[in-house]
Design a protein around this ligand. Sequence first.
Ligand SMILES: Nc1ncnc2c1ncn2[C@@H]1O[C@H](COP(=O)(O)OP(=O)(O)OP(=O)(O)O)[C@@H](O)[C@H]1O
Length: 503
Amino acid sequence: MADDAWAQAADSQESSQLTEKLKDVKIDPEKKTPEAAAGGSGDGDDKAAGSSTSGAGSSAEANGEKPEDGDEKAPSPEEVSFLRKVLRERLVQNKNEVEIMQKDPNSPLYSVKSFEELNLPPDLLMGVYHMGFNAPSKIQETALPMLLADDKTNMIAQSQSGTGKTAAFVLTMLSRIDTKKPYPQALCLAPTMELALQIGQVVEQMGKYMEGLKVAYGVRGNKVARGQKLNDHIIIGTPGTVLDWSLKLRVLELKKVEVFVLDEADVMIATQGHQDQSIRIHKNLSRSCQMLLFSATYDDPVMAFAQVVVPDPVIIRLRREEESLDNIKQYYVTCENRDAKFRALSNIYGVVSIGQCMIFCHTRKTAAWLAEKMKGDGHAVALLTGELMVEQRVAVINRFRDGKEKVLITTNLCARGIDIEQVTLVVNFDIPVDQYGQPDCENYLHRIGRTGRFGKTGLAINMVDGPRSMSQLGKIQDHFGKKIAKLDTEDAEAIETAVGEQE
Ligand SMILES: Nc1ncnc2c1ncn2[C@@H]1O[C@H](COP(=O)(O)OP(=O)(O)OP(=O)(O)O)[C@@H](O)[C@H]1O
């Protein structure tokens, strides 16, 4: 493929020829970011992006509720600076069980190489150990030797949730920058502000020993003056703001960027608003810029598109049966309706004590309803939906991170990327569906991947409330080829066994 394939693809897209060029690549044109759907021009900046934004399909919608669309008010700069402060929390330290899994050749954490063998500069190696990492995971071990080589390799990489993709691309960015050069040399785009800030923390922690390292957050509300030249080395942001910064306000020169990363690449490609913005940014990068796409999921059309726009990529892809992790046990419970789902949840909580739990609902309204019901039952519950101010959202996540609440009730907003080690249970109160009411396998995998992070065990419980959701879950089970076993929530022993397996 020609070196400037992405630029050509971008040009073609702008002149509406991309459809012809990619006629076999069917990316859903309706998949819009919430703001794009609302006609806005900023970042979609929401995990609901790439998921259902308008359609039907769940019992919640049958009740006349709208699925979470995640629209939000733009944060003020004060809010952003507050967010950055509250987001500074320690990262996970290595545990014995992780080390055991790192010795198992069948584990995605299996590794035979050490970080020393990657020939990292000493300050970066110190940063890695500062994170508590002893050995690279499989994706790190496989990708890093190529990514760090002098000859810049483009890559489209897939690895299961919680297996250390962030560190792989962060190390690549850090290894490519020269802190003596006072301008942005690495650019990472993520679909939400929360994720951009989380990635930035990893950059800051891993780059702790790199003298003079500066990181800027290209997220809404983080204002820069037109014409001001950024002297930060790494920019992490959401596509709309970074597009504004680079093409409108011209505070960074895309041509000088050495590494370009798309995290959650599938959602960045498949979601209309993100795709347009990402392509515009990329077409202004230099031809020698290294391009990395990372995600736990790529459906076939997205992968096909990615291969058209990334020049000569190395592709690391999982087989379908490898996509879901064996350390996350999956169950379903059958209930008659929403109230019965709540009772089933209460039964689970009545029988066993659970570490921390994330509960996913299809709509804000169901999430708010469930939060009230659980509070009424005496649970310390946090509610995180797109209608909260960003500042509140981050504060809620951090309270949950700190264990102040044991239960986080949310929507697809938190389906991707959020890395909270202590989450032992994920409940799909509603089965994830797309805007056509079809099972959303990608979001299913991202949701359950909020537990079982980096080798820990986890439990996912799906609540079905009739033949429709049963059939949706059945399709998800068939898609991944992993058994989702029935759990009887009236049977205390069965619950104890299920929960006990992941303790
Ligand atoms: N080599 C390592 N040794 C120990 N812990 C690690 C290592 N690499 C990453 N981790 C930790 O594993 C956790 C999960 O990593 P990360 O968030 O990068 O996963 P991910 O693959 O990006 O997942 P997702 O697809 O859900 O975004 C993080 O807390 C991270 O600090």
